[in-house]
Design a protein. Structure first.
Length: 340
């Protein structure tokens, strides 16, 4: 889930077209989980083909990415590698949440409570190794580059943004700011009209952009101090201090300047603090990344999605047309810039 800094961080509303011509380094696991959670039937069952294989992730990729490319965005997906050892507790905790949600989903279905069933079902999403390989294969066929990170995908995406390979890291988590991405793009995969959990209320979710330097200035802290705040709040790699949220963490770090005296005031310690700091400030990433954007292999996409997974050929053709038009526009803009 990453850290939630929404209480203290301001975002600027954007439209997809605002990112036209820009490379976005997309946190693949984060985005695929969004697709698996949201793209479901009324009772919470994920989309499946005739053989019972889940296809929600593939549906999200082809249809959502076609909108990205049509808007002029140049998406590049970044996949997680080996997680840091300190993430084991978080991973196990997420597994327990999924197991509990599955039981509650079945109970809700038995009593005909479809609203609760769908909410609980969204918490059960599992991204398997097969789904990851399918996603990489589809991205290749669509001409969308992907990068295999050595460790955290969000760290790699942030490194690409820092190096200028990408304009921003794209994720639902704020961790990209801790990893030093100069910009964070949010809500790309879930923009549009969305129903609030457990409420008959719908809201319009739109893309947002958060600028790291502007955020640090507004908060009056450095990036290192932002990481110290995260340690107090709790991250995927440490539990944090009980009762400390973003506002209290900000006040403590601004008062003391760093983590050690803040912990001293609280009379607690975070034993793994130095290791967690290194994860955010000195992450394991690939320094040299070469992104190649290609025209989609239309027949390959049709074979994979229509022949193997029962997608509608007409709908896939519409998506492919968006890819083709978007790529043609991007190429023309590149030529205009070259000869302009």
């Amino acid at each position: 889930m990453g850290i939630n800094l929404s209480d203290i961080v301001s975002a600027t509303p954007r439209a997809l077209e605002d990112f036209s011509g820009k490379v976005l380094a997309i946190d693949a696991f984060n985005t695929l989980y969004q697709f698996l959670a949201i793209i479901r039937q009324a009772d919470g069952t994920p989309l499946k083909d005739r053989r019972g294989r889940v296809t929600s992730h593939l549906s999200g990729l082809v249809y959502r990415l076609s909108n990205f490319v049509a808007a002029g965005i140049r998406p590049a997906f970044v996949f997680d590698g080996e997680p840091p050892r300190l993430k084991a507790r978080t991973i196990e905790g997420r597994s327990e949440v999924k197991r509990r949600a599955e039981a509650e989903w079945k109970e809700a279905l038995e009593v005909g409570d479809l609203a609760t069933a769908r909410t609980k079902a969204m918490q059960t999403s599992r991204l398997t190794s097969e789904m990851i390989e399918q996603s990489k294969r589809l991205l290749g066929l669509l001409g969308v580059p992907w990068v295999q990170a050595p460790s955290e995908g969000e760290a790699q995406a942030s490194a690409m943004a820092r190096a200028g390979v990408a304009y921003a890291a794209a994720s639902q988590d704020y961790d990209a700011l801790l990893f030093g991405s100069p910009r964070l793009a949010k809500n790309l995969a879930i923009s549009g009209r969305r129903k609030l959990p457990r409420k008959e209320v719908y809201v319009d979710v739109q893309p947002e952009e958060i600028v790291l330097e502007r955020t640090l200035v507004a908060l009056g802290v450095t990036r290192e101090q932002l990481v110290d705040m995260a340690l107090l709040i709790g991250t995927d790699f440490n539990e944090g201090v009980r009762g400390i949220g973003p506002k209290k963490a900000l006040a403590l770090i601004k008062k003391h300047g760093s983590l050690a005296p803040a912990l001293e005031e609280l009379a607690v310690d975070i034993e793994t603090k130095d290791e967690v700091r290194r994860i955010f400030l000195e992450p394991e990433v690939e320094d040299e990344v070469d992104l190649k954007f290609k025209d989609p292999d239309a027949e390959g996409v049709r074979r994979m999605l229509c022949d193997e997974h029962d997608f509608s050929k007409d709908r896939i053709d519409v998506a492919l047309e968006k890819f083709g038009e978007g790529r043609a526009t991007q190429k023309q803009k590149s030529l205009d810039q070259w000869f302009g």
